[in-house]
Design a protein around this ligand. Sequence first.
Ligand code: SAM
Length: 404
Amino acid sequence: MDGAPGIPRTRHPLHPTSLAPDIPCTRHPLLTRVREKQSGVALNSPMAAVSPNFATADHAPGPKPPVETAPVPAARLTDGLGRVIHDLRVSITDRCNYKCVYCRTGELGAQFPELGIDEYLRLIGIFVSLGITKVRLTGGEPLLRPGIVKLVQELARLHTPNGEPLDLALTTNGHLLDGLAEPLKAAGLRRVTVSMDAVDAPTFERITRVPGSFSAVLAGIRAARAAGLEPLKINCVLLRGFNDDQIEGFAHFARQEGVVVRFIEFMPLEEGRLWTPEIVVPLAEIVERIGRVLPLVKLEPREASETARRYGFEDGIGEIGIIAPVSQAFCGACSRVRLTSDGKIRTCLFSQVEHDLYGRLRGGASDAELAGYIAHVVRGKEPRHHIGEPGFLKPSRSMVHIGG
Ligand code: SAM
């Protein structure tokens, strides 16, 4: 296990006994065996402690259906507005080897501690038992983290409560991907998203403030495709007057490299103070500009919680996406929750509060207690963000320290 520098090893003041009282965590062993037989759900699994479906089946009047005809109820982690949360983003370090000018002030170091790989594994396993079906590793720069291949290998062994393998993805700046794409694929990683904010080397290196970064990332993208980490997505954050001259170039790049380029509207999540509404390049403008050089057709969303609006090129070769959290917010269909590198749950990118899951783990909480706490926290997920509204407060951490 690699260490967690800076994390206090003493008992956390928020001891597990202070967990939400509405979530039962202890059961009589005999009752447990009877209920397992009736429901087909292992009661020592955290899901059993919180699944509303389980509770309903458990208390239904009349005879229970025989085990072989009783479907295992799907775990559904649901917030207070009824949104099903199935997507977990986990930051495994807040260190980054790039100093992208729109994201960082120029410091490289970590601000927050990291957990051990086995601790991320335990926490992610509990989220998965609650109904998370997709896990995205991020950071900081996740490829800086020793032990990432082992983490992926272990995560790839997890299954959702429905028996499906986990949808395991990674977001990276791609700088170290050339050497890691194959081992990660062999370990069980399914997909990679590479961040890239320009398609010409000088502009790219002005943004990252790292010489040689463009050729390293290009090599990483090609290595990932060669390893079969597909569909490979490229995320590009656009800022007006800064890199919006790259839009058309990215459309050609998508087709030449066989990747899906997704433009992201800039959000007020930077370490410094750069964001204004005027600096955001909105979806409509991107579509219009690309359409002038390469006609586009709108594609249907594959799922309601999909963040990107998808467009294909009219000749059928290639695809782009636009993620428009500012001009066309998608909070109503949000299915995400985040775990920071130091083990705090964030229910929204723009949360003003964090929830100390790791403190409970260090305090000796059982899996069922941690599951109960997660379910309790998720129920309080914010309805939406308030970007651009009067009184908007920047979140308590910037993107690099939350995990994008
Ligand atoms: N280091 C990895 C990478 O570069 O992909 C993962 C972390 S990075 C913070 C994740 C993504 O967040 C990147 O695509 C980055 O461009 C994006 N990002 C950073 N600051 C942002 C902001 N203020 N608004 C929108 N996206 C942002």
